[in-house]
Write a protein that binds this ligand. Sequence first.
Ligand code: SF4
Ligand code: FES
Length: 157
Amino acid sequence: MDRPADDQRLGRAYLAPEVTVFYDRGRCRHYAECVRGLPQVFDPTRRPWIRADLADPNAIAEVVRRCPTGALHYRLLAAEPEEPTSPTTITTDPQGPLLVRGDLVLDTPDGVLAETRAALCACGRTQNRPFCDGACGVNASHPGGTRDQAPASGKEP
Ligand code: SF4
Ligand code: FES
């Protein structure tokens, strides 16, 4: 399987024989598409919170593609990497970021990053440019249910 060089920038890897799921906690803004889509795989009350071995790999990939922030990515053993959507779409979350999907080339402090999904900061307060880091308060009224709302342990899930 060809692995793009940018994999190392996608966060922690959760391995299963036919699929790897990557999670970047700093980019998750709790839209909960993952938890709603495959609760047996994405369970923020469990450690590890992602179990990529508990569902069909293609079903996992389909749910990962729903993640609007790009906090989640996947690599399938038997299929090509995620195709960007076309045309590029930009959706405004009135509570914070711009949700962008498409064939993206992002200018980050660590260099250019090829992406398919991202929640980009629209308020200028983020410490994780160009991504929304929640400084806008987008999750201020969120009741919880995703990883970042778990009690801080200082560790990744
Ligand atoms: S990883 Fe975070 S941002 Fe992505 S779908 Fe899950 S809760 Fe939403
Ligand atoms: S839009 Fe969320 S930190 Fe700027």
